[in-house]
Design a protein around this ligand. Structure first.
Ligand code: B12
Ligand code: SF4
Ligand code: SF4
Length: 222
């Protein structure tokens, strides 16, 4: 069902990639299988972000992509339910407490073997780079999960850490046991966006750390 129907449906609906994982700490009881999918952002729109600020066009793109992610998630839930299983999604972009969503899309994406967490604290797709937005659907339908090797491809690069205007990025390489508060300072990032980009994106966007990531080059025009 996943390989023949769900995955092709998600990709045909506009997602760039799709994968699966098993999550012990699901927020939905009994729904431990997770489907992760992501949409690669427009290179032309991301290119207009400069070293000082994002753009209003990027803010609109951010919201439009969130809407499409939520719509694909809803349609996936409906398809799964019609097959006799339960499903529920994590909203594309919603905080339920300070600096935290209901479940981390990045965690599910990493566990699906689709990419790594860069020094910029963002999920970087092996295939599509860092400028992707993510979504997660949980279900009790058994999915073909497998173990993956984790491969961090940042190497010696420190561009994101040097370019971040709020100094939120420590420059450490991410690993599963890392102290998250020392790795990335969410408060510095969030306050910087609120104080400096209120008129551009209501304080919700910036993205300089993904705009200048050299891993974008591998994936342009996809
Ligand atoms: C709250 C939030 C914020 C807050 C706080 C972020 C934070 N704490 O990291 C603020 C406002 C600062 C923020 C900023 C941004 N955000 Co934001 N944000 C979220 C949101 C809604 C929740 C994140 C959350 O729960 N964080 C809590 C921490 C603990 O979890 P985490 O960082 O997601 O994941 C960590 C752990 O899960 C752990 N982990 C991962 N795998 C594993 C595996 C194991 C076994 C273990 C133990 C741990 C582990 O490591 C991860 C990385 O450090 C998510 C949507 C979502 N539901 O995921 C979007 C999201 C993370 N944001 C996103 C983006 C793009 C941004 C911005 C670029 C803003 C913009 N759009 O212009 C900046 C980038 C900041 C940065 N460099 O990371 C994207 C990231 C896409 C990607 N490619 O990774 C997301 C996923 C939204 C989406 N639908 O795509 N964000
Ligand atoms: S979104 Fe902006 S302020 Fe936040 S970590 Fe990235 S570059 Fe720094
Ligand atoms: S800018 Fe460099 S260090 Fe930062 S996430 Fe991209 S590759 Fe990794």
């Amino acid at each position: 069902m996943y390989n023949n129907i769900i995955k092709p449906f998600i990709l045909d609906s506009g997602a760039s990639f799709c994968g699966v994982s098993y999550q012990e700490d699901t927020p939905f009881e009994g729904l431990n299988y997770a489907i992760t999918f992501g949409i690669k952002l427009s290179d032309a729109i991301i290119d207009q972000i400069d070293e000082k600020a994002p753009t209003k066009t990027y803010f609109h793109h951010y919201r439009a992509v969130n809407t499409l992610l939520d719509s694909i998630a809803l349609q996936t839930i409906i398809k799964i339910q019609k097959s006799g299983y339960n499903a529920a999604n994590i909203p594309a972009s919603q905080s339920i407490s300070e600096y935290k969503g209901l479940f981390s899309h990045k965690k599910a994406a990493v566990d699906s073997g689709l990419g790594w967490i860069g020094k910029n604290a963002l999920f970087i797709s092996y295939e599509f780079g860092p400028c992707v937005r993510l979504c997660t659907v949980f279900t009790d339908m058994e999915l073909p999960v497998s173990k993956h090797d984790y491969k961090d491809e940042c190497g010696d690069c420190l561009i994101c850490s040097k370019m971040c205007p709020s100094e939120a990025i420590s420059g450490q390489a991410w690993h599963k046991e890392i102290n998250f508060l020392e790795f990335f300072d969410a408060q510095k990032c969030s306050e910087y966006m609120k104080n400096n980009f209120k008129d551009i994106g209501r304080g919700a966007v910036c993205g300089i750390c993904m705009r200048y990531c050299p891993k974008r080059a591998l994936t342009k025009k996809q």
